[in-house]
Design a binder for this molecule. Sequence first.
Ligand code: CO
Length: 171
Amino acid sequence: MIREIVTYPNKILKQKSTKVENFDQELHLLLDDMYETMMAKNGIGLAAIQVAVPINVLIINLPNEDDKQEKEDLIEVINPTILERRGSTLYTEGCLSVPEYYEDVERAEWIKISYYTREGVEIIKECDGLLAIAFQHEMDHLKGELFIEKLSFLKRKKFEKEWKKKIKGKK
Ligand code: CO
């Protein structure tokens, strides 16, 4: 089932997500719905809080070398922790909760993370490039943070002005 995506400035997005304790049917249904919702909106990542569920769950599905987004490349991430980070990289990010806005954000270039699968199996993974960026972006959602909070003062001011105009136009 496609769920509604919460968009900025809805305060739900500022909520801190909590640890998943039960790897049950309800969690699996949420993960399936999140995948459907993300694909319907042409996203490459989605955190549970973006569909108003404040638990430590996110999904990432990057396009492969042929630029195809295959379900076999879907990564389901429960209770993630960053164990190590190195370097820094700049990438133009976007977010389904801040639709049609893109800006450069600085992130660690390489990370080592721990997370759990939908069955509750722990995975330790090292990654870099777009995958590392996506992990960091989605994990910020779990802390109640959006990528626009990383912008410089002036860029943020400009964004707020444009965003207000955009929201007004839609009403
Ligand atoms: Co996002």
